[in-house]
Design a protein around this ligand. Structure first.
Ligand SMILES: C[S@@+](CC[C@H](N)C(=O)[O-])C[C@H]1O[C@@H](n2cnc3c(N)ncnc32)[C@H](O)[C@@H]1O
Length: 257
């Protein structure tokens, strides 16, 4: 009788590693394809259409090359970001899922700006300095990559500054809604609310709408409050949160209102 070779744990682990390693080799592809989907406006197009779209309809609407768009859609369907649904007996369309709705540039649940910020060359460059940071080179990864801190960089790059504001607002919309719905009682008796580093005021605008007795003060860097959309019930104050005199003034103002 020949020997029966019993596979050991080590061989199983090795075989798994042989497959898993490819997830690291191409680990960036998922975010790259999702970024591509946002830039092309795939979710927005299907949303505007109001029902699933065939590849041909999507190709025409987005002015894309059909076979390349098909490869992108196959990837997105594989990861259940979009889904396929029959349109007629012989045609299939691409439909939105809760995940792809978050790739739309519009809507309360949009996370598009956050994904565009995190996948931007500016942000990705900082990850290349991670090992230097662990070795303690001194500077933050952002400073190593760009020669200045993130807020100074944003000051010199208004488009990046706007992307930061919009990305922060994505998160604020989700978190603040949960607070308003889950524990509205924490706002009882609050007359003034200062959001220090409040960005474009998204969090405060939701709060003053839900609790109209609150006077809001959106405090952020002057260039950020200058471009924030203005909302009734909110005062916009520009300054430096690390400047004690500036903060004392803001707090005095809050007490007065
Ligand atoms: C992480 S973001 C938070 C944004 C906002 N709270 C939100 O959730 O949407 C930090 C904010 O702090 C602001 N900021 C950074 N340095 C500041 C400073 N020295 N003084 C005032 N605001 C500052 C930035 O402009 C940015 O809007």
């Amino acid at each position: 009788m020949g020997d029966i070779k019993v596979r050991g744990k080590k061989e199983d682990e090795d075989e798994k590693a042989e497959v898993d390693i490819w997830n690291y080799v191409f680990g960036y592809v998922k975010i790259a394809v999702v970024k591509c989907a946002i830039e092309l406006g795939i979710a927005d197009a299907i949303d505007k259409h109001g029902s699933p779209m065939t590849l041909s309809q999507l190709t025409t609407t987005l002015k894309c090359q059909p076979s390349r768009l098909y490869r992108i859609m196959r990837f997105l369907v594989h990861y259940q970001i979009f889904k396929e649904e029959p349109i007629t007996k012989d045609s299939i369309g691409f439909a939105l899922t809760p995940l792809s709705r978050r790739l739309s540039r519009h809507g309360e649940r949009s996370m598009a700006a956050m994904i565009l910020l995190q996948s931007s060359p500016v942000t990705l460059a900082t990850w290349h300095s991670l090992s230097a940071r662990v070795l303690d080179s001194g500077n933050s990864p952002f400073e190593t990559a760009h020669g200045k801190d993130v807020w100074s960089y944003a000051e010199e790059n208004p488009r990046h500054s706007k992307l930061i504001d919009e990305a922060m607002a994505c998160d604020a919309r989700v978190a603040v809604r949960a607070i308003i719905e889950g524990c509205p009682q924490v706002f009882d008796g609050i007359k003034s609310l200062v959001d220090v580093g409040g960005g474009n005021g998204t969090a405060l605008s939701m709060l003053v709408k839900a609790f109209p007795w609150i006077h809001g003060i959106d405090f952020d860097l002057p260039r950020v409050v200058a471009v924030a959309p203005k909302v009734d019930g909110i005062k916009y104050v520009g300054g430096d949160m690390f400047d004690g005199c500036c903060m004392t003034g803001v707090m005095r103002n809050a007490y007065k209102s």
